[in-house]
Every structure is written in C-alpha cells, then in structure tokens.
Design a protein around this ligand. Sequence first.
Ligand code: FES
Ligand code: FES
Length: 164
Amino acid sequence: MSKMHVKLTVNGKQVEGLAEPRTLLIHFLREDLKITGPHIGCETSHCGACTVDIDGKSVKSCTTFVAQVNGADIATVEGLTNDDGSLGVLQEMFREHHGLQCGFCTPGMITRAHRLLQENPNPTEEDIRFGMSGNLCRCTGYQNIVKAIAASADMLNAQKEAAE
Ligand code: FES
Ligand code: FES
C-alpha cells in the first residue's frame, strides 16, 4: 500500500514519517516514533490506555489514523514532565497518592487528567469520575486516581494563584 508523508508536532518537537493510510496513530507513535508510553488495552475503543492530547482534546489514538491528524500538535505522557525533566504535577500526585499499580493505564490516565483539569480546573469528585470515565484501570479501583487528580487540581490552582 502506498505511504503518505505525515508531519506532526509531538511533545513540542517536529517529527515526520511515512505511514500507510490504515496506520493507527497509536502504532505510529509507538512503532515509528518509539514513544511507548501510550498503550493498547483493547480493540473496541473502551480502555483509554492509548489516550493522547491532540490539538487540545483528549483522543484515543487507537481510534485515529495518523493520516487524519497530519499537522496536529500532540502531547503524550512523555511530554507532561517539567521543563527540567522532573515529574509534572499530575505525575508527582499519582506517585504520592498511589494512583497506579501495574502502570499500564497510567500514561492514558495522566494525559486525560491533564486535559480534564484544563477543561475544569475545580472539579468535584463526581466531575473527576465522570471526566475520567473513558479510561479503565484494572488495578487501583480508581479511588486513588481520583485523589491524585483532586490533589493535582489544588496544587495547580495554588501555583496559578502564586504566579498572579
Ligand atoms: S487501546 Fe483501548 S481505547 Fe485505545
Ligand atoms: S494501574 Fe494497572 S491498569 Fe491501572
């Protein structure tokens, strides 16, 4: 099958490559770009382990052809660290509140939570549970993920206030 030339910005860097029209974004990220944080947990678009941020939206990259997002600005969990390489707020809070066990859902969870907190900087527990409902976890029972996201919201709001 003939390949298309695709250009993307991924975690702030310009990347390009050749992809068949049928190539899923998750496979392009993992196999061509070797960005292996986003995972594959299903074939039915439920689990959200493949969630990335595309042009300001949470998207399941198993349900997107790379050809559809040519030119897009994409962030994965690898791009959510601080500029000095230390853990970002969400990453740190997932660690502190034990919001992960096997870690397989975590890149998708954190990438989704990143967008959720931009959509709603002051979420209630219900908002967090609903806002994260596209992401499945088989290990944690979700409770500590909710705590980690609530703590991240508090910390991000405090940082914003301090900067004003
Ligand atoms: S791999 Fe399960 S929703 Fe994408
Ligand atoms: S930590 Fe194992 S699936 Fe969520």
